[in-house]
Design a protein around this ligand. Structure first.
Ligand SMILES: [Zn+2]
Length: 702
């Protein structure tokens, strides 16, 4: 075995993989896959779990695992050479899975298996996998007669082209704007590092002064810190009209229409509606919800409506307070849209005088990581030990750490890599990814089987330890970074603590999209518990734990303006849901009018009339969030409500092993093998309620 990407006997062989291994491995795995699929398709015998699903799973798992290693390296050890090979192979892999999803013969075989006597004898997990396959085939148009199917596929193509165009327009419009300022008074308040970049940007054009753009690292600090109201107004106007008919003209044509997303929005909505009707649904929102935990658009609208009613008084209070403060302290009488962020930042500073830098000194990696492990060891009755030196473990970078996870009996049940620090070759952000999924593998020719142990990747982009005069100072994390780490570890435990034995629904596989953030956001709650934090903090210089007084300030700052923020998310979610529900893109009513109506119902802040927010709402027009934006709040409700059971059972501390075991068994262990709502009820004893989230956000008692 010379090609490490074709070795599936154990952990990935990261140290042996060379760029020249990639294309030959993928060619072979794709060919193997096609051969097996062809055999399965032309097989005359009736499909069984074994000869049909299992056969395909085996080849597809190899393909996914090998490609997963390539994608992982591309994300964490990027180089021009690797990127080129990755990009060359990506369309081939995408194409392979797209063909499977459209294969009519496979669809028929799945239906046969569903109607066979064997189906009833299968486990819940296997039944769920078959039902999911049938559902996805149907949503992919497999049941349509030929001429409608043709139209369906055309719509899909058109939609993906329109989405790409939408984000291109937005990016081009964002890039087209720059504001040159050469008066030092105009830039007062803006942080030095932002000014430095603005200075360098101007210098590159050979002009004096500071050049500001609409990209987040320039736009946000200007809105947040610039003392000049006129500067904030100019930047706000340009930002909020991007990719619209009144946006900044697009050179060289000087024609704003070139980048105007307005006609695209209508086309996208009309095509989605047509797609939904072809599939037999009333509206696109129903298509979107077919794969989610929420069942009907009405259920989502009611959920958002209930939250809005509860949050509104708090938002009104937040706004009133901000107005008062702005008038008294900032001499801003009429608070305009371009004043909100600025005034909020000033108010936040006045109220909660502590800095991220101060907090950071108490969170060295050497305390945080063991503290987090100790928490979950206690909660779930597991043990985590470092194992990077052990035989067979290969890492892609010296900074990577590797751990074994064992159950109460000391049996190995999972393994994970942690790659914490930012480096130039690494994609930004933080994420969890599966390297190997848990599944039961039948040993051929016998009744024996073995269980494949799940393996996860946790990747973050934190600052690395520094060498101070020959002494290594551990990496220090901000509290936000600690939360991020807990969040990703929550996804990781969902993957690692699964008890499911079939690939399609093991770990996070097959979990509904709007429920997948439950285990991750759930973990974040522990970062706000004194009993947890007290044990995992130590000042990097004086060794003292986090002072309670500082913790109390952090806690108070946590819910700053939570009413306003909640209402904003609800406004976006309602707009998204209504657009894909009862809104008719061919009617007289415009998208902006709809947004206006929604604001009148729920909002307390009303942007100026020229604001063209829909034209830059990429989540729903260029991303995967159409009729799904509510998921952010939905998952927050689930995780807060799940966590509240720990709060209820907290005699002797919130880290309660009995409740922990129940969370592990009813939520983490079952993965996608049953509907998320069933799992939630099994854990909580009832359906989800919004109360815990409101309380956690300081909005209780409304
Ligand atoms: Zn997440």
């Amino acid at each position: 075995m010379t090609n490490p990407l074709l070795d599936f006997s154990g952990l990935p062989r990261f140290a042996n993989i060379r760029i020249e291994h990639i294309t030959p491995a993928m060619e072979q795995l794709l060919a193997n896959g096609r051969t097996t699929i062809e055999q399965v398709r032309s097989d005359d015998v009736a499909p069984t779990w074994q000869n049909f699903v299992q056969s395909m799973e085996n080849v597809n798992e190899c393909l996914s695992r090998a490609w997963g290693q390539v994608s992982h390296l591309n994300a964490v050890m990027n180089s021009p050479e690797l990127r080129e090979v990755y990009n060359a192979n990506l369309p081939l892999v995408t194409q392979y899975f797209a063909e499977l999803a459209q294969d009519q013969v496979l669809f028929e075989k799945f239906k046969q298996l569903r109607n066979s006597p064997e189906f009833e004898s299968l486990s819940h997990a296997r039944k769920k996998i078959i039902e999911n396959e049938l559902r996805d085939f149907r949503l992919g148009g497999a049941e349509l007669p030929p001429e409608r199917k043709e139209r369906f596929l055309r719509i899909q193509e058109e939609l993906s082209a329109l989405s790409a165009r939408f984000s291109d327009n937005l990016l081009d419009a964002t890039n087209s704007f720059a504001l040159l300022v050469d008066d030092a008074d105009e830039v007062s308040g803006i942080p030095d590092d932002v000014l430095q970049t603005a200075r360098e940007t101007a210098e590159r054009d050979g002009v004096p002064g500071w050049k500001f753009t609409l990209h987040a690292p320039s736009y946000q600090p200007v809105m947040q810190y610039a003392d000049s109201r006129a500067l904030r107004e100019k930047i706000y106007c340009a930002y909020s009209t991007r990719a619209s008919e009144i946006g900044t003209p697009a050179p060289p044509s000087d024609n704003v229409a070139d980048w105007d997303n307005t006609p695209l929005i209508s086309k996208i909505l009309a095509l989605r509606q047509e797609e939904a009707r072809l599939l037999g649904f009333d509206c696109y929102a129903e298509v979107s919800l077919a794969t989610k935990m929420a069942t009907t658009p009405k259920q989502v609208l009611d959920f958002l409506g209930e939250l809005a009613v509860k949050a509104k008084p708090y938002a009104e209070h937040d706004l009133q307070e901000l107005r008062q403060f702005a008038a008294d302290k900032l001499k801003l009488e009429n608070l305009e849209s371009w004043d909100l962020t600025y005034a909020s930042e000033k108010l936040r500073l006045e109220r909660y005088a502590f800095s991220d830098q101060e907090v950071k000194q108490y969170f060295p990696e050497t305390k945080v990581l063991p503290g987090m492990f100790k928490l979950v060891e206690h909660l779930y009755g597991i043990t985590i030990v470092p194992a990077e030196g052990s035989a067979g473990i290969q890492l892609w970078h010296p900074d990577v750490k590797f751990f074994n996870l064992s159950d109460a009996e000391g049996k190995l049940i999972g393994q994970f890599y942690i790659d914490l620090y930012a480096r130039p070759s690494k994609r930004g952000g933080a994420w969890m990814d599966d390297a190997i999924s848990r599944r039961r593998i039948e040993v051929e020719g016998s009744n024996e089987h073995r269980v494949q142990i799940p393996v996860a990747h946790l990747t973050c982009n934190f600052a690395a330890p520094v060498n101070l005069n020959g002494q290594i100072r551990p990496a220090l994390f901000t509290h936000d970074e600690v939360i991020t780490l807990f969040h990703e570890f929550g996804h990781g435990l969902h993957h690692l603590l699964t008890q499911v034995e079939d690939l399609g629904v093991s770990g996070i596989n097959g979990v509904e999209w709007d429920a997948v953030e439950l285990p991750s956001q759930f973990m974040e709650n522990f970062c706000w518990e004194w009993e947890v934090l007290a044990d995992m903090t130590q000042h990097v210089d004086n060794g003292m734990p986090l002072p309670q007084e500082l913790f109390d300030k952090m806690l108070a700052a946590k819910n700053f303006q939570s009413g306003l923020q909640t209402l904003r998310q609800i406004e976006f979610s309602l707009f998204d849901m209504h657009l894909h529900f009862a809104f008719d893109p061919d009617s007289e009513k415009t998208v902006l009018q709809l947004l206006d109506e929604i604001r009148k119902q729920v909002a307390v802040i009303f942007p100026p009339e020229f604001n063209r927010f829909p034209n830059s709402f990429s989540h729903i027009f260029a991303g995967g969030y159409a009729a799904g934006y509510y998921s952010y709040k939905w998952a927050e409700v689930l995780s807060a409500d799940a966590y509240s059971l720990f709060e209820e059972n907290s005699t002797g501390g919130v880290v309660n092993t009995g409740t922990g075991a129940r969370f592990r068994d009813e939520i983490l262990a079952v993965g996608g093998s049953r509907p998320a709502l069933e799992s939630f009820i099994a854990f909580r004893g009832r359906e989800p309620k919004i109360d815990a989230l409101l309380r956690h956000n300081g909005m209780a008692g409304a």
